[in-house]
Write a protein of this length. Structure first.
Lengths: 488, 558
């Protein structure tokens, strides 16, 4: 019964497609669709489907309904493009308004990336064009305990409140090694810590405080429950609240790290305070302590083949992902960078050459594995009936250098369409030019009065007013010798 | 920095004392001893609270409006002003500024040039950038030169707050006139402005937007906790540790008990949406300020019923922008559409008022509002956003914002529609006190030569030789504008001209807290300027030379 019904629906859609070719996509790709609009029914047909969970389906089709992958997708005999699950970037710094780091304090758990999500960041769209549908947006690595983090879907065009991945546990960024101890900070700082020992002590100190804070609240709640009067509750401390959540398992720890010793250090501290490290990020020496990481249950999110860009990255090898995978560590490959995120498919493919991962294993590095690491694998990460229709369509096998993203879908809605993007460019250029001409025209209008800007007026004054431009987000200088924001 | 001639005046003590007789009446003409009763007869009234009234008489008595009627009885003691052909508006309100609060004096270069760096803040507990106990009323001063320039442009009232930091201090409603500073205060405090610009940097908390937000969250929580903890303690202080005292919490708690408004920055769409959430999260009566991208989110603002203060300093292209740096489509759209925001707000039914933002020349405020009218806002709605609406938002509509019997006599009298560029403001009444608006002097003859550029003025005061730099901009008709900078400070040229070879221009400075005009007159022989400086009955000779075009002003570095 069910199958027959679905087939009818598909037939209807197929005939609609025949009547006006590409009409389904044409309608769907009026993206970004407005919030609240129901997602269209979409049939992707004649594709090679890389499921990431149960192998490859040649000449398959996917039926998308209500934003989910529908059951019993009918297999149609046709050749076509490649469909894979939306790429999940386990380490991203896109879509952040203002600085990526609250770099002033060693324990900056008070700040929250969720407060400053920037839906207007064009990197969201660029990453969509690289097939990314989900990003773990992290605070920078300036501090031993950094800010609170959030997993988002790249719903370009939607307001900030629509970006968070519903139900995904929030996280917190930790950082070990050179960055939090400020080895690369040239401007001189007296901030504690200045050594790896200090980083460990900073984390331990913060959790000791959090433990006391939790105890104070537990006691208060107990006394209040017993009906005691005239009680003053403990003062809410937004710095310690997220650490208590870590202790209670309600918040994931994503820790930036490089060296084996600091990796083991954090595992010891976590054990002492009774929390889990959800992922080690970068973890370039992870291959040396893969067994210990695997035993702890922590995931590893690493780079494909970057090394030696600083002293703690000298022992990095491109075999890291494969070696850790072989030792039973759940491994993902991440970008840490908006540009890198546009070709994570290629980054994943490198582990086939370096370490001999299978095609499926390589694909999982940027799909199912990061989904599991972020606790969202029930919703995304593979092409399975009932999962969110977060899909990428490539013109070739996505693990090929020549693969180009054609369409990216989130929740069954097309958020990136290559043909559309190309087709829209002349209109955008035209609008840009028209607005510029209009601006120039109004500038030429003779102005009178005190406020009229005249040539020769002080430049510095004009600059001052320009500082108020609201849409320009401050970015760290590209040529800075050491970049802390998104620092590796 | 205030331009201070204090030391000059001290040195010239004898001269000034001699001129005191002259000075006394001069001040009286502007302020004291003036009429207390006025009747503006046969005038067109734009009351804002009701429909326009033609051929009406407005009676002002001892600072308040006594009658607005066609057949109002004119009191015998009233000075009668013929209002035929004139229009009376309620005094305009600049709804968020620091006009009336002179900025703290900058350090002089002679003392090393830089202020001692404040200690780095190590977290929220150090209360970075927080001085919410300051108020506009406490710091209001008639010595602020902008009191006169704003008033002359039709602004009789400002909502002013100290600037600097995240909780810089509370806003007060100030009238722009008085004999003593306290006369300016209409109501205080009325709002708590919040800024989310990070107070610190990489070495001092908060150094990021998320840090500023986290700090603000914590401060509001602390304030709430502090109020509750104090209440519990007062009930039963024995045997319990007393809650700590914190000046920031104390000031904010008082403001909250007073149901004060909290002004939240929100200019573009995402900032506006964020601010709407912040008002809920902080449990405060929020007012958004900025609002220039309201055209995108007016409906969402309306749904939350929050008022908006719209910044009239519209986004525009940098005049000296790198031609190779092409602004994005979004930036261009924003520049193009920003002035349509007030119209969108009006359509959505959002309460909004205008403020000057970074506009430095007050005449540009009305020009900027005109852009919104051109973009679809009705002129009546624009007038309301300068008058009754801000009065309503800040809780002073019972005394300000419209022309009604019993309200404070803050009025602007013009010879035409106030948004028409050709219209001139004839009088401004503040608290029933009349100010005649000085017309900028116009040159009689075409100028001989061009004064535009930087000049070095040399003169000798009783203290010894001194120099100033004057940066002139001369229009083709000879009208002068520009700035004068000396070691004593900077001042703008109020009006001036070059007519044939004769020049005359005026700057306004502060002498011991009172504004004073300084008049420069003389001749220009094509290469050098020569003439005299008159201030408070004292004349000094000066010469002006034009150094190389590329020479950088020393004074500019201050």
């Amino acid at each position: 019964m069910k199958t027959a019904k679905l087939t009818r629906v598909q037939l209807l859609i197929c005939s609609a497609l025949l009547a006006s070719p590409a009409s389904v996509f044409a309608r769907a790709s009026e993206a970004p669709a407005k919030a609240g609009e129901s997602s269209p029914v979409i049939l992707i047909q004649n594709a090679t489907i890389l499921t990431a969970s149960h192998g490859t389906i040649e000449h398959g089709s996917i039926l998308v309904k209500d934003g989910k992958i529908a059951e019993d997708a009918q297999v149609i005999d046709a050749s076509g493009q490649f469909v894979m699950p939306g790429i999940i970037d386990c380490h991203s710094h896109i879509a952040i308004d203002g600085s990526v780091n609250e770099g002033s304090i060693s324990v900056s758990s008070i700040v929250n990336i969720a407060d400053v999500l920037n839906p207007d960041d064009v990197d969201i769209y660029r990453d969509l064009a690289g097939g990314v549908t989900v990003a773990n947006v992290l605070h920078g690595s300036a501090n031993a305990i950094g800010g609170q983090t959030i997993v988002i879907k790249l719903r370009w065009g939607q307001p900030a409140s629509k970006l968070p991945f519903e139900g995904a546990l929030p996280g917190i960024k930790f950082a070990l090694g050179e960055n939090p101890k400020r080895s690369n900070f040239r401007h001189g700082t007296t901030r504690y810590p200045a050594t790896r020992m200090g980083v460990e002590e900073t984390i331990r100190g913060a959790f000791a405080e959090a433990r006391d804070y939790k105890a104070a609240w537990d006691l208060y709640n107990k006394r209040a429950a017993a009906g005691e009067k005239n009680l003053t509750p403990p003062r809410r401390d937004l710095r310690l609240d997220p650490l208590v959540e870590v202790l209670e398992g309600k918040r994931y720890v994503h820790s930036h790290c490089y060296r084996e010793d600091e990796i083991l250090m954090l595992l010891r501290v976590a054990k002492e305070f009774g929390f889990k490290v959800r992922t080690f990020q970068h973890v370039l020496e992870g291959y040396k302590v893969a067994d210990e990481i695997a035993a702890s249950g922590a995931g590893a999110s690493t780079f494909s083949d970057w090394w030696a860009y600083k002293v703690e990255a000298y022992d990095a090898i491109p075999y890291n992902a494969a070696l850790m995978t072989r030792r039973g560590v759940l491994v993902s490959v991440n970008s840490d960078d908006a540009e890198e995120a546009t070709h994570l498919n290629q980054e994943a493919a490198k582990s086939i050459k370096f370490g001999g991962l299978s095609h499926d294993e390589a694909l999982k590095l940027v799909t199912l594995n990061p989904a599991i690491q972020l606790g969202i694998d029930k919703r995304v990460g593979s092409i399975d009936a009932g999962k969110d229709a977060d899909l990428v369509i490539y013109n070739r096998d996505p693990l090929s250098d020549y693969a180009v993203v054609q369409k990216t879908l989130i929740d069954g809605r097309v958020y990136f369409d290559r043909q559309h993007d190309i087709a829209d460019r002349p209109a955008r250029e035209k609008e840009k030019k028209a607005l510029l001409d209009k601006e120039k025209k109004s500038e030429k209008k003779p102005e009178t009065g005190e406020g009229a800007k005249k040539p020769g007026e002080k430049k510095s004054e004009e600059k001052k007013t320009e500082e108020k431009k609201p849409e320009e987000k401050p970015k760290p200088p590209q040529s800075a010798p050491v970049v802390f924001g998104g620092a590796r | 920095m205030r331009f201070s001639f204090q030391s000059l005046r001290f040195a010239l003590g004898i001269a000034v004392a001699a001129g005191a007789a002259l000075l006394g009446p001069a001040r009286a003409a502007a302020q004291g001893g003036e009429p207390q009763y006025f009747a503006i007869r046969g005038v067109t009234v734009v009351p804002v609270s009701g429909p326009r009234l033609e051929n009406t008489t407005v009676i002002i008595a001892r600072g308040v409006i006594k009658a607005v009627a066609k057949d109002a009885t004119i009191p015998e003691e009233a000075l009668v002003l013929e209002g035929k052909g004139l229009i009376v508006y309620p005094g305009f309100i600049d709804s968020f500024t620091d006009v009336g609060i002179p900025s703290a004096p900058a350090p002089s270069a002679g003392e090393g040039g830089s202020r001692p760096q404040p200690a780095a803040s190590r977290g929220p507990e150090d209360r970075p950038g927080s001085t919410p106990w300051r108020t506009g009323a406490d710091e209001a001063s008639l010595s602020d030169k902008r009191v006169e320039t704003w008033r002359s442009a039709g602004f009789t009232t400002v909502i002013s707050a100290p600037k600097g930091g995240m909780f810089p201090g509370q806003a007060s409603v100030l009238n722009l006139a008085g004999e003593r500073n306290g006369d300016m205060v209409v109501r205080t405090p009325v709002a708590v402005p919040v800024s989310l610009l990070p107070a610190g940097n990489f070495g001092s908390f908060p150094g990021s937007l998320m840090g500023s937000l986290a700090y603000a969250h914590q401060v509001w929580l602390d304030t709430d906790w502090s109020m509750k903890a104090q209440a519990v303690y007062e009930k039963n202080p024995r045997g319990v540790a007393r809650p700590r005292f914190d000046r920031t919490e104390e000031a904010l708690a008082e403001a909250l008990e007073d149901h004060a408004l909290v002004l939240i920055p929100a200019n573009n769409a995402r900032q506006i949406r964020r601010a709407l959430e912040l008002a809920d999260r902080w449990h405060v009566n929020g007012v958004l300020y900025g609002g220039q991208m309201s055209y995108e989110v007016a409906g969402e603002i309306a749904a939350k019923r929050l008022p908006v203060l719209v910044d009239l300093k519209w986004p525009e292209a940098e005049k000296d922008a790198d031609p190779d740096e092409v602004p994005s489509l979004n930036t261009r759209r924003f520049r193009d559409r920003a002035p349509s925001s007030p119209g969108a707000l009006a359509k959505a039914g959002v309460k909004f008022a205008f403020y000057s933002g970074a506009i430095t020349a007050p005449k540009d405020i009305l020009k900027a509002a005109k852009k919104s009218i051109d973009a679809g806002l009705s002129p009546d709605a624009a007038i309301r956003a300068f008058t009754l609406t801000p009065a309503e938002i800040f809780g002073v509509a019972d005394r300000l914002g419209s022309i009604e019997n019993g309200k404070i006599a803050n009025l602007v009298v013009t010879d035409g529609d106030i948004f028409d560029e050709k219209t001139k403001i004839k009088f401004v009444f503040v608290d029933g006190r009349r100010f005649t608006i000085r017309e900028p002097e116009k040159p009689k003859d075409p100028p001989k030569g061009d004064l535009t550029g930087k000049w070095k003025f040399s003169y000798t005061t009783p203290e010894g030789p001194e120099e100033s730099t004057v940066d002139f901009v001369m229009a083709s008709d000879g009208s002068l504008s520009g700035t004068l900078s000396s070691t004593r400070g900077n001042a703008n040229i109020i009006s001036g001209y070059l007519s044939a070879d004769k020049f005359s221009f005026t700057i306004n400075i502060s002498i011991e807290g009172s504004p004073a005009d300084v008049l420069f007159t003389g001749t220009f022989d094509g290469t050098a300027m020569k003439g005299s400086i008159s201030v408070q009955g004292l004349d000094i000779e000066f010469t002006g030379t034009k150094p190389g075009v590329h020479q950088i002003s020393e004074a500019g570095a201050q």
